[in-house]
Design a protein around this ligand. Sequence first.
Ligand code: FAD
Length: 501
Amino acid sequence: MKGTPHIVIGGGLGGLSAALSLLSVGRKVILFEQNEAVGGKASQRYLGAYRFDTGPSLVTLKEVFERLFSLSGAALDDYIPLRELHPITSYFFSDGTRVCSDSKEAMVKSISQNLEVTEQEMRRYAAYTREIYDLTHRIFLEKSLHRKETYFNRETLHALLRFNHVDTMRTMDEANRAMFSDERMIQLANRAATYNGSSPYHTPATFNNIFHVEHGLGGYAVANGIYGIVDGLKRRIEELGGKIHTSSPVEKVLYDRNRRITGVRVMEQTYSSDTVFSDVDTIHLYRDLLKDTKSPLYRRYLKLEPSSSAIVFYWGIAGTFTELSVHNIFFSSDYRREFHEIHSLHRLPSEPTIYINITSKVTPADAPEGKENWFVLINAPHSSEESDPREINRLRETVLEKLKQELRVDVGAMIEEEEVLTPHDIEKETGSYRGSLYGISSNTRLSAFLRHRNRSNRYEGLYHTGGTVHPGGGMPLALLSGMVSVEEYLHHSGGSSLWES
Ligand SMILES: Cc1cc2nc3c(=O)[nH]c(=O)nc-3n(C[C@H](O)[C@H](O)[C@H](O)COP(=O)(O)OP(=O)(O)OC[C@H]3O[C@@H](n4cnc5c(N)ncnc54)[C@H](O)[C@@H]3O)c2cc1C
């Protein structure tokens, strides 16, 4: 282990990934987390005998998790046992159609058997989404976009030559409409936009690569819940000698007059280091920890649209539903109106799409026998304001009414434990600006280039990780941001590449 410890602020997935990557290349690490436990958006809560993951629920891009652990000399399976889901999601359309989606060849069959889509159309769509992924993921997900080497190499040249295949000029909805005529299939494909908190009517068709990520590469559950990811990372970090301090809010990032990082202030104690990795939301970092609201990057970030947020109901349900899977979607009848209300009118959708995640289906200990833990998520506009309880209640009634129609059971009468999470709570608990789930939205063509860089060009020794910086939000991307930020640090400090270590 070399020199003084490097400091990581925030124990979200990006911070944990940066900490583990630093330890993997022999650096010392101290991580400070303001909450009682690490995890950030990926935390857990107990209501009576029920356990709930608070935020993310679907694991994709397993290879990113494997890579992070293998860099540290460990096998993912020994820390985070992932289980491939079959089916991945049960979709309930407003016309009464039900489809269980799967991955790879099973996905082609399940969709073409239930919707007005031929196997040939499905294969063509799978190939189209795979090609976008193949052309983009190394450049846009695994490298810094702020280094010239990223642009001058054979891979990027190949992608540039096939630039029209990346489909940047159409919106996701336009591209999907050109591929399919069945409105249900278009709605199913358009849902990918919600995986980065955007609208399919604005986000570029490039993000159809998310369909490949889920259905081409597969969706996974974690044997001991999503929080098992956080537990596994924490265990490996501590095995390698990393120190994690919880209930330790960083009050200030310290720097000298040449803007060289000198350490952090935590509960009136100073910890010195010339290298700090920040996993906290970019706006929170500049405004509250650096006290640098004059920074051009801070000003620019303030003007960018945050991704959408969510209202989550955590319900302990006294009963089981065999017709439901681990992931379930009850689509609204008018998707365009729903996204217009969330992204343009900034209000709760009048008729929302309902997402229900039930981890007790794969992790029985998450609910008492004969019962289920329902995580019910509604996409909502980003907001710092406290939600009006009357509006939340109205939304709850709308959701319960829709579920009553679909499942022919009064779910409301089966709720025996209950809590709700609002955008305001997300901001308060994780520091996420306006409770946005994925940093800035991807509603414009340039969003990938607008995300904050991983190495500061304003503060020497400051690195940025997490869902609000490059390459963006979502669990695998937050993990990648940790690795890319450490790769940036190694490049800048003359170390060998993380990917080659
Ligand atoms: C409801 C919800 C549903 C989601 N669904 C999915 C999904 O299905 N799939 C998916 O891939 N992703 C999903 N996401 C997104 C995913 O959870 C995030 O992109 C990812 O977890 C963000 O990680 P992060 O590193 O940016 O940090 P965050 O989780 O934002 O953590 C930042 C950490 O920094 C800490 N912190 C802040 N300020 C300080 C300070 N001053 N001092 C010390 N510590 C501080 C916070 O307490 C927090 O622990 C969802 C998110 C939410 C909220």
